[in-house]
Design a protein around this ligand. Structure first.
Ligand code: NIG
Ligand code: FE
Length: 417
């Protein structure tokens, strides 16, 4: 992620923190009781060295430090791990504020999509933008995410749907410091309306996948009525897996169209959305290693039912939380707001919400060994919450809870700057 702060000191002590909160367990993904297991240290410090966390503990146990150590005053603040947004569509041109107004007067998201708006209107804007304009657009969105405490983000393609623009999106995400996911199968573009989704998948696999696989870490597909069906999804995902990409699925957003069984069959990293998932899907996901990524901003923004977060957690599923930041279904970059929604709408505790957008989200992005906890050896990606109780992260509904953000031991955003 790009950042504009001072150089990282070799050693940094964040001292006199009111609290430090971190998911306890080193393994990932966390589920059942471990999902809510958060260690809280009062009157705490964090010692960072060479961009990593060297030590955390209580101030009274901090021994004398020799040599040069930069200090940051943590009085009145609470430290949590840098937030990890494992599902965004942050690389896009234009906006859909006009459609937002139409939806406010009664038009549905699916109707707008069927009439050539929705995803396809962002596809037109993104195809029209050159790569430098996409860089600028994403940099703006990354700055919004950063000041909300996101220190690691994934972003998908899927607004190009042609070879050139899909690859441009992936490069732009990589340049902005994000983790690129190839979502070539997001919608069927207009030039394939007559030939249909199967022919479009043929094109994607033959013409785009070989190059997309050089830049992306994962592949994703929108498995849904009006988008892609199970057979096309299996073919697309298997081909992507064969060239080394991890698998993700947009599933059960509007209908249960087979995403969970397919995700389990193929050993996908995650299935994301789940607003329509019923008891069978919940039980199947809970018995699997696939993470359920919950996107409550999308449900809220579209006036849809919330995903069954509590039922999934109680059944033992590994759940993560993400923004789904995109111009159509979730114009929201704030993981603190997502944590609020998780507590007020999904029935998760603040502790479960924290784990879901740190360790478990990092697991979805295959980075849980370095990201998502405040413990020795992890990257010094740290968010200082402007309150003496870290749970203000979720408590303050949409408020400016983030005081300071550090990435790799360097201040990359400060609310006072
Ligand atoms: O995750 N459901 C499919 N894709 C996105 C929405 C993209 C858009 O509307 O531009 C989602 O909600
Ligand atoms: Fe999405």
């Amino acid at each position: 992620m790009s950042a504009s702060g001072v150089e990282a000191p070799d050693r940094l002590l964040i001292r006199d923190l009111a609290q430090l909160a971190t998911p306890s367990r080193r393994s990932a993904p966390l589920r059942r009781a471990e999902l809510g297991a958060v260690d809280v240290i009062e009157n705490a410090y964090v010692l960072c060295e060479q961009g990593r966390i060297n030590h955390v503990g209580k101030m009274r146990d901090l021994g004398p430090l020799t040599g040069e150590v930069a200090e940051l005053d943590g009085r009145g603040l609470s430290a949590i791990p840098g937030l990890v947004d494992c599902h965004t569509h942050a690389c896009f041109a234009g906006d859909r504020v006009g459609e937002f107004a139409l939806r406010a007067s009664g038009a549905s998201y699916e109707e707008l999509h069927a009439a050539g708006g929705g995803i396809l209107s962002t596809v037109r804007a993104t195809r029209d933008a050159d790569e430098a304009r996409l860089d600028t657009a994403l940099e703006r969105h990354v700055a919004w995410m950063l000041r909300s405490g996101t220190t690691t983000f994934e972003a998908k393609s899927g607004y190009g749907l042609d070879r050139e623009t899909e690859l441009a999106q992936l490069r732009v995400v990589r340049r902005a410091g994000g983790i690129p996911t190839w979502l070539g199968a997001h919608a069927v573009p207009p030039e394939f309306t007559d030939a249909g989704p199967a022919a479009y998948v043929d094109f994607l696999l033959a013409e785009v996948l070989p190059d997309a696989a050089q830049v992306a870490e994962a592949a994703d597909i929108f498995l849904e009525r009006g988008a892609f069906g199970v057979e096309e999804a299996r073919r697309y995902l298997q081909a992507c897996q064969n060239v080394g990409l991890a698998l993700r699925l947009h599933g059960d957003q509007f209908t249960e169209a087979g995403a969970i069984p397919l995700a389990i069959e193929l050993g996908a990293r995650s299935v994301d959305h789940l607003e329509s998932t019923g008891p069978g899907g919940i039980a199947a996901l809970a018995a699997s290693d696939v993470v359920g990524v919950l996107l409550p901003a999308s449900a809220l923004f579209l006036g849809r039912p919330m995903p069954p977060g509590r039922a999934l957690a109680d059944a033992g599923a590994a759940v993560a939380l993400a923004t789904d930041f995109n111009p159509g279904s979730a114009f929201c970059e704030s993981l603190p707001l997502i944590c609020s929604l998780a507590c007020t709408q999904l029935g998760l505790s603040p502790e479960e919400a924290l784990t879901a957008c740190t360790v478990n989200a990092a697991h979805v992005l295959e980075r849980a060994h370095r990201k998502g906890r405040l413990a020795p050896g992890y990257d010094a990606d740290i968010v200082l919450i402007g309150a003496d109780d870290w749970r203000h992260l979720a408590y303050h509904l949409g408020g400016p809870v983030v005081h300071t953000v550090l990435q790799g031991g360097r201040i990359s955003w400060n609310s006072r700057a």
